[in-house]
Design a protein around this ligand. Sequence first.
Ligand code: HSE
Length: 434
Amino acid sequence: MKPVKIGICGLGTVGSGTFNVLTRNQREISARAGTDIIIEQIGARRDNPACDTSNSNVTRDVFDVARNPEVEVVVELIGGTGIAKELVEEAIANGKHVVTANKALIAEFGNELFAKAEAKGVTIAYEAAVAGGIPIIKALREGLSANKIEWLAGIINGTGNFILTEMRDKGRDFADVLKEAQELGYAEADPTFDVEGIDAAHKLVILASIAFGMPLQFNSIFTEGISEIAPEDVVHADEFGYSIKHLGVARQSEAGVELRVHPTLIPKKRLIANVDGVMNAVLVKGDAVGPTLYYGPGAGAEPTASAVVADVVDLARTLGSGQQTTVAHLGFAAGSLQDFPILPIEEIETAYYLRMEAEDKPGVLSEVTKILSGLDISIEAVIQKEPANGASDVPLMLLTNRTQEKNLLNAVNQIEALDAIIGQVTRIRVETLG
Ligand code: HSE
């Protein structure tokens, strides 16, 4: 079969990793693809000392790659939704297939890009866009295609998980760990995407669309990051038998679809609660298979390159044999996607962890529990600490049973209005994932 010629656009962390994996594992990759894969051209504004491209055809204008008649597959590893989007549009218009690791591009513009690609008879492959090296797109679109997916929950931002783990295990400072994540190439160009949950939201939107068969709905997702997590909450969660993880949750019910990203207490006994560092994991509950867990490195040069190259191999297999890919972009045949309503966060039911500062005097706990019971919120567990030396107030932590968010907010407002409660009540959602 004739070789498949690709063009790599962007030579940052993932671009250099992709170049190195393709070069190093050439023999295995060609054997699996059934044809040779040749890097015809590289488009990069600057060289990267992490890979030796001295024998490659390098252009400083990435659009040269999208216009190069020899290139069949454009590998977009620039990131963002500016130049990357224009590049992908030009590649599609020129009849080229696209492989991308760009979750923002797929989550925000996937609907229109997939439609353009389908009209042109080309494919956009994006395994690397979600959970780095974990083949979760393939698992959902192909491996689990027999199932009605009930829900999925994932730790899908490596940087955020790395920060939470280091804070918990080593008591390290938030900013210091974030700096290390940037140096290691885990963090986004704008790291607020990692810490404020936007990166995880991009990924969850993609997973939910594939899981439930609905168009990508980035504007409807509820997003909360990890920047407000206090070290004492990590400690108290641990005392209750929970870990705090930044979790993306998508769940389908009769009423609609839950689509939310936020810090979450998870029982320590769950496997996913023990996913630490830059590792990612996605727990998927299918009605036939039951719960399944996918685990692996969620960021970094070669783990992400592993997914990029797998997409290139998939394309090369079909291109080499002259066939078209048979897997739809979102796993459901065109025309069968359904616009399920996304539930507002106030309507969603979870359990809660609450922490408040209370005056150290009799009756405060009963005032708090009275408010909760008045709203039919039952209490699962309580921890009250001794006052610190010389302090007149005490930390009070509660775990509630499940209730609707709007009911819990009502309770929090009433608790904060009590004379004996100082400042605001901290609340973190709890998922048992059972
Ligand atoms: N910034 C992302 C993360 C990179 O930390 O998970 C992989 O998408």
